[in-house]
Design a protein around this ligand. Sequence first.
Ligand code: FE2
Ligand code: FE2
Length: 399
Amino acid sequence: MRLAVLGGSFNPVHIGHLFLAGELLHGQGYDRVLLVPAYQSPFKLEANIGPSSRDRLDMLLASITGDERLSVEDCEIRREGISYTIDTLRDIIRRYQPEGKPGLVIGDDLAEGFLSWKDSSGILDIAEIIIARRNGTEAKSRPFPCRQLENEIMDISSGLVRERIKAGAAWEYLVPAGARIIIEDRSLYREASGSPAAGDPEITKDFLVRIEEEARRRLSPGRFLHSRNTALLARDLAERWSQTPAAAWLAGMGHDICKSMKDGELLELARKDGMAISAFEEKKASLLHGRAAAVFLRERFGIEREDVLEAIRVHTAGEPGMGPLARILYIADKIEVGREKIDPALRKLVLEKDLEEVFPAVLEQTVSWLRARHIDLLKETLDLLKSAREGMKHEEKQG
Ligand SMILES: [Fe+2]
Ligand SMILES: [Fe+2]
């Protein structure tokens, strides 16, 4: 198999990327193109706000299905941190064992600086450099061996796609259908995802960015991604169910912010909220991560909104009488897109029904999930379940 390697941010992947991959498969002697999304390109340190690496990877995977000549290689994302081309190439050669030197596609804008890349001579030893035209510049001779691709230039870039989504302009057919569905599902690139403060004068965009940075710093990548997904879903649900979207986003981003703390730290923070700590919680301090987070965010960031603090405080076990924002966070935490094994019927319900119907359904499912794993339910959860079931019965009688 003759392999060509096409790296990039793919933020998001667009038809120009796939078109270029197609050009490599016609008349260039390659029979497979490996698309390699960068975790964080050394050339383009992206702003912190934006889709996660996982989002970019998912969009790529969804875009190439059905074409066996294309594959996605996620080694740079798995490696995390800055990846160098030489390491990626060595890794790919070792695992894919291609026939001959793999082709490495470089845009002509980056070719200028190629000789300053880490171990550029090593790269030249193991790969064939293919220069792709990007901006309509004239092909020129280069001070290193390479092949110039006479590719057709499509006037499209990821930046253009992002701008058009943000501006509400037509963008749908600039990206492959699979990527489009993910962008829509996860509300990527919308103005609101970076600045969910619209409509709420108390919570500014800068403030939300600070909370997001704090969460990113404190949590593992997986936990951070979960927080981000929860924030986005909570915001959307809040919009639909007439709550403050920015408050819901804040609750989602902050709800697990203490999740990586040691038991001692959790207990110390939780004690400050003035409520009792049971012997069980004393033993299993991780159960207090919601209470600890509410105290932490109030003390450290001055958050005083009672609905946000309540939502964060009770998100693990729930409690009878919890308010609408707390119920929204509870739902979002349990069913955000990253959660595996969510009953698809439940996700459908969330799209179709209102908060009064969705919340008890999510609660029931969470409880049966816990019971199936023989996890003891907390008293608050049992009380909540009882009141939710009574509420349902009451409604049935009325209706
Ligand atoms: Fe949690
Ligand atoms: Fe969570």
